[in-house]
Design a binder for this molecule. Structure first.
Ligand code: ZN
Length: 182
């Protein structure tokens, strides 16, 4: 990424003047807290659902799914991959916090389609240590959603695997497309 030495103008100029991006977030939080009232909820999601999704910045889960504060658990990582740590969160979600349904959301144009498992080798060459984790790169998003559904359904730790559905979110149209698990 290149940087410009010119004086910033436009919508970003206020951010630059105020400091870092994190400063901007902290400022926004103060305004949020000013208008915030305690909803009096406990930690159990109102809709008894957990959503596992990619961390992609174009996917606003609450807006895209009509979710309100307190409705669901959201578990996100690069790719929306069902890793051991996602199984950990889902297990706690179901066994301790009462969720029953699981929604898996991948999306078009995912960054994991443009890299390969070679990324681990590149890291090893650069830093001298090979990561223990898999990159979980993929070429076929539909197949990757099916694999994720399969990983959830075959987990011995989950109580409820009868209501697991998988989707691809189109970042151009905002629409979900359901993936047939078969
Ligand atoms: Zn993604």
């Amino acid at each position: 990424m290149t940087t410009s030495a010119s004086v910033p103008t436009g919508p970003d100029s206020a951010i630059v003047r105020r400091g870092t991006v994190t400063d901007r977030l902290v400022d926004a939080n103060e305004r949020y807290a000013d208008a915030f009232t305690d909803p009096g909820m406990d930690a159990r999601p109102v809709l008894h659902v957990a959503v596992v999704a990619c961390m992609d910045a174009r996917l606003d889960l609450h807006a895209a799914l009509g979710l309100e504060l307190g409705d669901c658990h959201t578990i996100r990582n690069a790719g929306g991959v069902v890793t051991d740590d996602v199984i950990r969160s889902l297990t706690i979600s179901q066994r301790k916090l009462g969720t029953r349904s699981i929604v898996l959301i991948h999306h078009t144009g995912c960054g994991l389609e443009s890299i390969t498992e070679d990324f681990r080798n590149e890291l090893e060459l650069e830093v001298g240590q090979r990561p223990a984790w898999a990159v979980e790169a993929f070429r076929d998003v539909d197949q990757d959603v099916r694999q994720s559904m399969q990983r959830v359904r075959t987990s011995p730790f989950l109580l409820h695997t009868d209501e697991v559905r998988g989707f691809v979110f189109d970042v151009k149209t905002g629409l979900l497309r359901e993936i047939d698990p078969a």
